[in-house]
Design a protein around this ligand. Sequence first.
Ligand code: GUN
Length: 290
Amino acid sequence: MAAEIIDGKAIASRLRERIAAETATFVTETGITPQLAAVLVGDDPASAVYVRNKQRACEKAGLRSTLHRLDDRTSQGELLLLVDRLNADREVHGILVQLPLPKQIDETTVLDAVAPLKDVDCFHPENVGLLSQGRPRFQPCTPAGCQYLLAESAVQTEGAHVVVLGRSEIVGKPMALLMVQKGKAANATVTICHSRTRDLPEITRQADILIAALGRPQFVTAEMVKEGVTVLDVGINRTDDGKLVGDVDFTSVATKASAITPVPGGVGPMTIAMLLANTLTAARLQTSAS
Ligand code: GUN
């Protein structure tokens, strides 16, 4: 049976419409327009595209967005000064520092400096701590996007074995936290695999739901999955001939999967939609706190 293709683009588009409607209500009720400040350091072309897409999505949803561009020789001190200024700006509700940062800057120091109530990436230890205790303030964007895709596609997660490939702070770890939580589209048994995992295919073949986020092009092949698996592909890799591919060998894995996300048009659009949702949440939190 052919796999269902999980249409992240369409699902994200419906979610963005809902966020736009909620934003319009919030603006009417408070007179405040939620604002996202994006910070882009250096001239990495992929990062520039991501930031532009995030800004466009904000504007379409009725959120304000501002871009702060700094050159690639910016010092850590200069970046921290900008973060402090944005933390103190009452008109800025969400701050997004696009990663990666140039090598002279320590990412952890900068991300820790973002005010927790403005941390729409959910990277601050306070927000990660709340998430790990099952009382999230913000949703980690890409993992929450994956979870939303599972819910929208009516994939059974209760008691299912979810195997997460990759242990990054941005995707792998928070993904596992979301799936193991009590609640809707969760309650799963979770295994995290990474570069040092022994007998990886043995484990991936046990997955009812496989979430690939290791950043290795077309790493997951048909031999590594069981019949009927649901596969979410977080990877975005560019091949030598300029093609975008995920971490999953889509063509072969789709012959065995019951449902699978494409790249592009799968998980990617969901990350942006969740960022919008978090920016609205941030504005709500800061409005009720003031
Ligand atoms: N770089 C790649 N993914 C992300 C993300 O989700 N947030 C930020 N800030 N930078 C990224």
